[in-house]
Design a protein around this ligand. Structure first.
Ligand SMILES: Cc1cc2nc3c(=O)[nH]c(=O)nc-3n(C[C@H](O)[C@H](O)[C@H](O)COP(=O)(O)O)c2cc1C
Length: 149
């Protein structure tokens, strides 16, 4: 079964709420999902996944250092053929998702979207996160069925 891995950093848990909602949306499509705080993640987690979702809030016009460190560890991997999504909570700027996109694109991932929510997601924003998770899962399922034909 195709798999999506969701790895995120968070300071005050807003991005964690987003991560859980993305997972809910993806899992509802019947796909395998793995959700990890970046502190518990290993660089090899991305290798067995068909969809790679990386999240970080913006702090001081940058992504969290823990997420940056993780991305530096996977920056040499060839992830072509996989689909990607960046996400994160922000207050006024978008450096974190911009930089996640740049690094993952350089690994060969096809990024489907940025998912940015201002501050704490409410029910409407969480529903958006679920929908984006569902969209990614559908694309991953479609791509893996084409690849195994
Ligand atoms: C010290 C500090 C620095 C911040 N710097 C930025 C920033 O540069 N750009 C921005 O958009 N938001 C900034 N924020 C707002 C956070 O991105 C926002 O509160 C976000 O919801 C935090 O997500 P989290 O709960 O997942 O940690 C900052 C917040 C704090 C407390």
């Amino acid at each position: 079964m195709p798999k999506i891995v969701i790895i995120y950093g968070t300071g005050s848990l807003n991005t964690e709420l987003m991560a859980k909602a993305v997972q809910e949306g993806a899992a509802a499509e019947g796909i395998d999902t793995v959700l990890k705080n970046v502190n518990d993640a290993d660089k090899t987690d991305v290798l067995g996944a068909d969809g790679i979702v990386i999240g970080s809030p913006n702090y001081n016009h940058a992504m969290m250092p823990t997420v940056n460190k993780f991305l530096n560890e996977i920056a040499g991997f060839d992830l072509s053929g996989k689909l990607g999504l960046s996400f994160g909570s922000y207050g006024w700027s978008f450096e974190a998702t911009d930089e996640i996109n740049r690094i993952l694109t350089s690994c060969g991932l096809e990024m489907i979207k940025d998912l940015c929510i201002k501050r704490m997601p409410g029910e409407e924003e969480l529903e958006l996160c679920r929908r984006v998770g569902s969209l990614l899962a559908c694309k991953v399922i479609k791509a893996s069925s084409i690849n195994t034909r």
